[in-house]
Design a protein around this ligand. Structure first.
Ligand SMILES: Cc1cc2nc3c(=O)[nH]c(=O)nc-3n(C[C@H](O)[C@H](O)[C@H](O)COP(=O)(O)OP(=O)(O)OC[C@H]3O[C@@H](n4cnc5c(N)ncnc54)[C@H](O)[C@@H]3O)c2cc1C
Length: 507
């Protein structure tokens, strides 16, 4: 590696890639340090859907997208300062023309309806600031330059295409950063790699992802529940610890985004449940239904099912089982899992078998001819009663008290999704699977990382899901856009700082 860089970027997911390209476009000499052998991170296996106002140009012209900013700010419950949210909105508006310059094009996303999760275009439609606001979800179109089937891979490969031969960007794979170093004035002056090599630079951008695969951090911050991963196993909390070590202020530490799905025994990465037909229910450890299965918002799997029973001190619901007609899993073309994202599908290339035959053989799906048999196999005595009640309710929907309405009430499931279960039956154990964690170093609207004392740590910037600006309540499909928006903001700021330092005598 040459000895001198202006900007060092830690991590080569979408945030790191966008930062690298933008920093080079801003005239900086860039080093990307990536600990895996190929990079990509969660970004590569993501759907990379991005929530935007339906008519962004008009919104920007009229009011600087203040309405969208109001909504996002309120949906974070004001845990993120308005200036930072407004920087995101502005950056999101600039994202499409930037991608166009690179040869990419955005289009509206359009996926098959799933019954096992729910993605409203607007996650919190009843907020005051949501009234009159119309959102849509967009992703990168499949083109010659970005031919992959899946959204995240398309964007990452488009960025990589422009980076790989760029003379101002050096990519260093299988290279892990173990410390960020500061000089005696408290300004960042470089990084220490795993092999103890010191690489100096006036600016460092932390884009090294979350802590989905650090069991200790997960337990400390999110509780003792069993979680699986949907994304890369390489995100194991390095960024969180690097930030603590360098004296950064942390935020959103216990916030996450999770969907419910199958975690094969002995594996770290799972499959999001993607049941397309409505003939299924969920039961908890007592064998009873406890939730409207079709209304669990796709990013709130843990939140909606994670209650703890104060009397037993145990999880109120785990283990949770999806109980279904076998017929529901027999569709040869549509597996009961989401097959357009995740590490298992995109990187491992897992092909779900026709009729789920292989998965039944592996024991991932338990099958029984009668409910009595299934109840014995799962040790759930109440199961036959629950299914009988469910089947009765499908014919005679319960009378509901509208004053007590909540979307998760098990009685409140929409009539068109009430399909009786006939048998043979099958069951799949489901757990929350992490799309991503949000916690990490707190950043401001210039992507500067703030110190525990308040002011920014000079020379240190952050982008992506590490220290995400999104907190405990998450408007779906805003994490991916954040990678590029804050990657670019961080890069411009870092390149400008490096430029100004070049003009100063060496310290
Ligand atoms: C299956 C899936 C689907 C998703 N779908 C959507 C969606 O549709 N819309 C949306 O908004 N969000 C979605 N998300 C979330 C979103 O994709 C991620 O939050 C985002 O891609 C994170 O990007 P990043 O660049 O911050 O981190 P990553 O892409 O995870 O990159 C971090 C990189 O840092 C590297 N690294 C870690 N530690 C070190 C170290 N010490 N030194 C060097 N390198 C290091 C890692 O190896 C990794 O390559 C999805 C996530 C998943 C898993």
């Amino acid at each position: 590696m040459p000895a001198s860089y202006d900007v060092i970027i830690l991590g080569y997911g979408a945030a790191g890639a966008a930062a690298a390209l933008q920093a080079a476009q801003s005239g900086a000499k860039v080093l990307v340090v990536e600990k895996s052998s190929t990079g990509g991170g969660n970004s590569y296996v993501s759907s990379a859907n991005m929530t935007c106002p339906q008519d962004f140009d008009a919104a920007m012209e009229k009011d600087g997208a203040a309405h969208f900013t109001d909504y996002l700010e309120e949906s974070t419950q004001y845990t993120t300062p308005r200036a930072t949210v407004a920087a995101f909105t502005k950056g999101l508006h600039e994202l499409e023309p930037w991608l166009k310059e690179l040869g990419g094009e955005l289009e509206d996303s359009n996926y098959d309806k799933m019954h096992s999760y729910y993605i409203p275009p607007m996650t919190f439609p009843n907020l005051e600031s949501a009234q009159g606001l119309k959102l849509t979800v967009r992703h990168l179109k499949q083109t010659k330059l970005s031919p992959a089937d899946t959204g995240g891979r398309r964007i990452w490969e488009l960025l990589h295409h422009h980076i790989k031969d760029n003379p101002n960007i050096t990519l260093s794979f299988s290279s892990r950063c173990k410390r960020i170093l500061k000089d005696h004035n408290g300004c960042v002056n470089g990084v220490l790699l795993q092999n103890d090599e010191f690489i100096p630079a006036p600016a460092v951008i932390m884009a090294c992802g979350g802590f989905e695969n650090d069991i200790d951090l997960r337990r400390d911050l999110m509780g003792p529940r069993e979680f699986g991963l949907l994304g890369t196993p390489h995100n194991n909390g390095d960024g969180f610890r690097l930030a603590q070590h360098v004296g950064a202020r942390l935020w959103h530490a216990s916030a996450e985004a999770t969907v419910l799905g199958l975690l094969p025994p002995g594996e770290e990465c799972g499959f999001a449940l993607g049941v397309r037909k409505p003939g299924f229910i969920y039961v908890n450890r007592t064998g009873r239904r406890f939730v409207d299965e079709t209304k669990i918002e796709s990013h709130r799997g843990h939140i909606e099912t994670g209650a703890q029973d104060p009397y037993s001190g145990k999880s109120a619901h785990d283990p949770i089982w999806m109980i279904s007609d076998k017929e529901n899993l027999l569709d040869p073309d549509k597996p009961p899992i989401v097959d357009f994202f995740s590490y298992q599908v995109v990187v491992n290339g897992y092909q779900w078998s026709k009729h789920s035959e292989e998965e039944i053989k592996k024991g991932w799906i338990v099958v029984a001819d009668t409910l009595g048999d299934l109840a014995r196999k799962l040790d759930l005595q109440e199961l036959p009663t629950t299914v009988k009640e469910w089947n009765d309710q499908c014919q005679n929907p319960p009378q509901l008290d509208e004053t007590l309405a909540t979307t998760l009430d098990p009685l409140r499931r929409d009539q068109q999704t009430r399909v009786p279960l006939k048998g043979p039956f099958c069951a799949m154990k489901i757990v929350p699977l992490l799309y991503n964690t949000q916690g990490g170093p707190r950043r401001n609207e210039k992507a500067q990382i703030l110190s525990i004392d308040g002011p920014p740590i000079e020379g240190l910037y952050g982008a992506g899901e590490l220290g995400s600006i999104w907190g405990h309540v998450y408007q779906s499909s805003t994490n991916f856009a954040e990678t590029i928006v804050f990657g670019r903001i961080a890069a411009k700021e870092a390149a400008a700082l490096a430029e100004s330092r070049r003009k100063l005598p060496l310290r």
